[in-house]
Design a protein around this ligand. Structure first.
Ligand SMILES: Nc1ncnc2c1ncn2[C@@H]1O[C@H](COP(=O)(O)OP(=O)(O)OP(=O)(O)O)[C@@H](O)[C@H]1O
Length: 742
């Protein structure tokens, strides 16, 4: 433990605990004085146990409680005794810099005994409300939120489309009037121009390019044949989005049966894809990596007839992570020399894309829908993408919230929120974004075990629904991914725990809440995540979790004209009052004071956290799962881009507190050394000290990219690591092997 603290420089970093303190380090005497003040303060503010209650516990156990406990068998909340120890021997296992030495003396390290009178094992409880950093007020700066009108009163009939296409839009896709982006984009693309299109999430961009492509292909003379091969190529960053876009083209092409759409995506059998390519695919939808794979290994893929290239989620597809793949694709397409229409689309296109856009496009028309530019479709040669500002539009009916939660309380706070929405409210569908595949798996198992239990008696005051958890991330088998994606699309309620693999483009109907349990890597990713709700003019809400040291991210969002309102952590936790399974040790009476209410909330949070911890520590397997989830979370934390490192830096994480958010009582040994790369984080040896004096090694652009990409692999977005590719080659699995990372 102590080593971890040193390695991460946590103990010497007061910024971890109190935001924006530039104080000099405290002397030992000052630290003692501070601790004394702190414990006095706690005596006033923290829930206290009566001495009678303390005495009762000592009598029951025959001893005082110890620091190191054997793992307890997890017990259902209904089995639990209400006579639990809350906030008692609470700080053990955390690398808490404010731990009082006197406390350590008070509790000798003895194994727990069973209660003599009840025959129940001693239940270790968790300290949640001590030694947390102060929660600063979050003042989201006032911004002029960019507004985009979703719908227009114009009908598709006005566009001079094939009547069967219009009929399909009405009957199959159920759409009649155009959205703003469709009204602006479709005529431009039908006139044969290239375009860079930016409009908010869920505003109908897919049809904005889908309709012109189908209109063009159905009118081609001589008639399109399968043997022509790809005439339109659509590149998207994830497999689920590829599947979704493919399904949309299937619908649009219903009346034009001679035009064949097809999808290539990692995780599918290459052999089958090759066979389909041989037969002929006219509208080819693919993830970049898989298309490159076929360009290199499939003879029958030919691009001699390609007339359209569309990059959906273009900022993601064009970013450095996919640059190499895209270069291969562009070279293959350009080799044919045929005139081609190019379209780039995203909700977050900025000027950063000008470089690649200018490589692949001819005098693109820049289209954006923000108010004030309503009717301007400017032809803007070469420099078109520069016209796009850094302000992002988010759906007007999206209510955005932020909650500041100390690391220790993250897990219970998320659980309380999920219970509130999905157990005690009707028709709620949540997506929870988490930074790594392992953490998704861990939370799925934990929540299913602890939150999904049925209430033991009829004492539950509120009517409650059963919780329906599912998960989506890049380490799942493709069939399972597809199944979950389809199921969650169709269900009316439920909770999807996922990585950023679900952040882009997915059109999952009726999602009511987006929870960002781990903050996104950029403002753009924030926009895409929240964009999974409030689509096509609907209402929706989002909640961003930040720790006290991360609150400056709100200012980063404000720079992109995104404003959030604060939700108080206490209010989220207060939802636990609806769930009798986690009630505290005393009899709760709703007529009691506000202070008693607050104490009961804290007790319930503690009971819940204790359940989580008991579950995690019940056996070695669950313990290891929690540890590797924590490790993957920390790894992901090191991959924030340098522009955000002042907010999200591994050194400002408190390992012990982060461990608690994975149900761990202790921060596992050696975690720090496996995570940190900065010499300043090495042990406090002379060598380490010397190194620490040196400025951190400046990363090359390549290293920064590989760092960033590592986070994408963690979150399961399409792509493959070099080492993985090598391993695959070695095994000679080129044909059948399925990529697990996309
Ligand atoms: N004209 C329309 N009228 C009604 N619904 C529409 C219309 N156009 C598209 N939709 C529906 O709106 C939803 C969102 O569309 P789409 O997925 O194309 O949005 P998007 O702008 O691409 O979002 P994102 O930026 O998140 O990818 C889909 O369910 C689609 O069927």
């Amino acid at each position: 433990m102590a080593e971890d603290v040193l390695m991460l420089n946590i103990s010497s970093a007061p910024v971890t605990f109190y935001k924006k303190t530039n104080r000099r380090p405290l002397s030992t005497a000052e630290k003692w004085a501070q601790k004394k003040r702190e414990s006095k303060r706690k005596a006033v503010f923290e829930p206290q146990e009566s001495s009678a209650s303390k005495q009762r516990k000592i009598n029951q156990t025959g001893q005082q409680h110890t620091h190191k406990q054997k793992p307890q068998t997890p017990r259902s909340p209904s089995q639990r005794s209400n006579n639990r120890d809350t906030e008692e021997n609470s700080d053990q296992g955390e690398n808490s810099p404010a731990k009082s030495p006197s406390k350590v003396k008070t509790f000798p390290k003895k194994a727990p005994k069973e209660h003599g009178d009840h025959g129940r094992p001693f239940i270790k409880t968790s300290s949640l409300f001590r030694n947390n950093p102060e929660i600063p007020d979050v003042l989201s700066p006032a911004v002029n939120q960019v507004k985009e009108k979703v719908f227009t009163s114009n009908m598709f009939e006005e566009l001079n489309l094939h009547p069967h296409l219009v009929a399909t839009l009405h009957k199959v896709l159920n759409v009649t009037s155009m959205t703003s982006v469709q009204k602006k984009t479709i005529p431009v693309l039908m006139s044969g121009k290239d375009a860079v299109v930016r409009s908010q999430t869920g505003s109908g961009k897919t049809l904005a390019y889908g309709i012109p492509v189908v209109q063009f292909l159905q009118a081609m003379q001589p008639k399109v044949k399968r043997s022509d091969g790809p005439l339109a190529v659509l590149i998207v960053p994830t497999r689920e989005l590829a599947l979704q876009s493919f399904q949309m083209f299937q619908k649009l092409l219903k009346p034009f049966t001679w035009i064949v759409p097809g999808v290539l995506m990692g995780g599918e059998k290459r052999k089958a894809e090759k066979a389909r390519l041989r037969k002929g695919i006219n509208v080819l939808i693919s993830t970049p990596g898989r298309l490159v794979d076929h360009i290199k290994n499939t003879l029958s893929i030919a691009f001699s007839a390609v007339r359209w290239l569309i990059l959906d989620e273009a900022d993601r597809t064009l970013d450095l992570g996919f640059e190499k793949d895209l270069t291969v694709i562009l070279n293959a397409l350009n080799a044919t020399g045929l005139a081609r229409q190019n379209v780039l689309l995203s909700a977050t296109l900025t000027e950063g894309l000008s470089r690649l856009a200018s490589i692949s496009m001819k005098e693109p028309v820049s289209i954006h829908v923000s108010e004030g530019r309503e009717e301007t479709v400017e032809a803007c040669p070469q420099a078109a993408p520069q016209a796009l500002s850094d302000s992002y539009a988010v759906p007007e009916r999206l209510q955005q919230h932020v909650v500041v939660v100390p690391s220790k309380l993250h897990l219970v706070c998320l659980a309380a929120f999920i219970l509130a929405k999905c157990k005690f409210e009707q028709r709620q569908k949540l997506i929870v974004f988490i930074s790594s595949c392992e953490a998704v798996e861990f939370l799925l198992t934990l929540f299913t075990a602890i939150l999904c239990e049925k209430p033991s008696t009829s004492s539950t005051k509120h009517t409650s629904a059963s919780l329906n958890f599912c998960r989506l991330h890049g380490n799942m088998r493709q069939e399972e991914r597809t199944e979950v994606f389809q199921e969650f699309s169709q269900c009316k309620t439920g909770i999807l725990l996922c990585t950023d693999v679900a952040a882009r483009g997915l059109d999952l109907p009726q999602v009511t809440w987006i929870v960002q349990y781990n903050p996104p890597v950029s403002a753009a990713e924030y926009v895409h995540r929240v964009g999974r709700t409030a689509r096509i003019g609907a209402q929706g809400s989002s909640l961003l979790f930040l720790t006290p040291s991360e609150t400056a991210f709100v200012d980063v969002l404000a720079k992109h004209n995104i404003s959030l309102s604060e939700m108080k952590m206490e209010d989220v936790l207060a939802n636990l009052m609806k769930d009798e399974r986690f009630k505290g040790r005393g009899k709760w009476d709703s007529k009691r004071s506000a202070a008693a209410f607050e104490q009961e909330v804290r007790e319930r949070a503690t009971v819940l956290q204790t359940d989580f911890e008991n579950y995690v520590h019940a056996n070695n397997e669950s313990l290891q799962t929690a540890k590797s989830a924590l490790q993957s979370f920390l790894r992901a934390y090191t991959t924030y881009p340098s522009s955000l490192k002042h907010i999200f830096h591994i050194r400002s994480l408190h390992l012990g507190h982060a461990a608690k958010s994975f149900g761990l009582r202790d921060a596992p040994q050696g975690l720090g050394s496996s995570i940190t790369t900065n010499p300043a984080n090495s042990k406090d040896s002379k060598k380490g000290k010397d190194k620490a004096k040196r400025p951190p090694k400046k990363l090359t652009a390549k290293e920064r990219v590989s760092n960033l990409m590592r986070s994408e692999y963690l979150s399961g977005i399409d792509g493959e690591s070099k080492s993985k590719k090598k391993r695959k080659k070695k095994k000679g699995q080129a044909e059948e092997e399925q990529s697990t990372t996309a």
